[in-house]
Design a protein around this ligand. Structure first.
Ligand code: ADP
Ligand code: MG
Length: 151
């Protein structure tokens, strides 16, 4: 599934819509260069869950947890993770009652069973193409729901 967005607001609106459809255990992998819009998307996603104040980036903590939204929300940013990441215990997040959004998920060594991969491509100053791909039954169902909402 591909979406063409023409402003940060549009990207956040799509993310917020997706957030309204997610269920416990949903995992989103965000892939794209620095400045592609991953954190911008995550902010919109948090808003869609009802989380009013999202800290811009987890930076040195790698994982930030938010408990004030419709579902627990885990924001992971693996950018500063160098190499060895097989002992982070991330399954605990991925398989829990909350929803996880992972920036720089390409650095993960072990993948969960069910996840959505969102690839960000910058086409102009404010133009972005988001490609959404489901791996697993829950993610497939989620993207079907989103497509229905969008049509
Ligand atoms: P990343 O987390 O991928 O490094 P950020 O979200 O931090 O990227 O930064 C993206 C930058 O691009 C922000 O300054 C944002 O305002 C800008 N931007 C411009 N157009 C868009 C768009 N359509 N979607 C997302 N961000 C956009
Ligand atoms: Mg970022």
């Amino acid at each position: 599934m591909e979406y063409q967005l023409t402003s940060p607001e549009e990207t956040q609106a799509l993310a917020a819509k997706l957030a309204q459809l997610v269920t416990p255990g949903t995992v989103l992998f965000l892939i794209g260069d620095l400045g592609a819009g991953k954190t911008t998307f995550t902010k919109g996603f948090a808003l869609g869950l009802g989380i009013k104040r999202m800290i811009k980036s987890p930076s040195y903590t790698i994982i930030r947890e938010y408990e004030t939204g419709r579902l627990p929300f885990y924001h992971l940013d693996l950018y500063r993770l160098a190499g060895n990441n097989d002992d982070l215990g991330l399954e605990e997040y991925f398989e829990g009652e909350g929803v996880s959004v992972v920036e720089w998920a390409n650095l993960l060594e072990e993948l969960p069973r069910d996840y959505v991969t969102i690839t960000f491509t910058k086409t102009s100053l404010e133009g972005r193409i988001l490609n959404l791909k489901a791996t697993g039954p829950n993610s497939t169902a989620l993207l079907k729901k989103l497509a229905k909402e969008e049509s």
